[in-house]
Design a protein around this ligand. Structure first.
Ligand code: 4NP
Length: 168
């Protein structure tokens, strides 16, 4: 079974490309087949490559995201994907507001996959510094690993990795 997962932030140039990249790594580690993409609730950056700081932090963790291109979420995404994960609470609200009536995707907040308090957002690093992007990577890598481990367990497929760890 191939699961399909869409990660959504505001611009699709900082956080959700990192979530997509981290989840691709985690899916491979846990041996799950997944169709993965990312999008923004806003369309201002459509067609753009990820923010240079996101490209740098991904590269530092062994992933090349230079070929990713930003796009805005569309109605069809709500029918094509099994799960849509928002990077922050505002994006989750916007996702709900933009959903077509025949949406079938489950939506949720990415960090709710982690133990601890619910409702946590991945802070927007756009006006921040490199350290803020590194913090984003740590959060999305932990969540991606937990998500992949959960999917591997739920689908009865053997996973070899450790849930909840960082991607190093
Ligand atoms: P992202 O970050 O939602 O993580 O991609 C942002 C990117 C662009 C803007 C804001 C946040 N912007 O205002 O253009």
């Amino acid at each position: 079974m191939t699961v399909s997962i869409l990660f959504v932030c505001l611009g699709n140039i900082c956080r959700s490309p990192l979530a997509e990249a981290a989840f691709r790594v985690a899916a491979a580690r846990h041996g799950i087949a997944a169709h993965v993409d990312s999008a923004g609730t806003g369309g201002w950056h459509a067609g753009d490559a990820p923010d240079q700081r996101s490209r740098a932090v991904a590269r530092a963790h062994g992933v090349d995201i230079t070929a990713y291109r930003a796009r805005q979420i569309c109605a069809d995404d709500y029918r094509r994907f099994d799960w849509i994960f928002a990077l922050d609470r505002q994006n989750l609200r916007d996702l709900a507001a933009m959903a077509p009536v025949d949406a079938t995707a489950e939506t949720g907040l990415l960090l709710d996959i982690l133990p601890g308090p619910r409702g946590r957002s991945v802070p927007d690093p756009y006006y921040g510094e490199e350290a803020d992007f590194e913090r984003v990577w740590t959060l999305v890598a932990d969540a991606a690993d937990a998500l992949a481990a959960w999917i591997a367990a739920a689908s009865g497929q053997a996973g070899s990795g450790q849930a909840g760890g960082s991607n190093g």
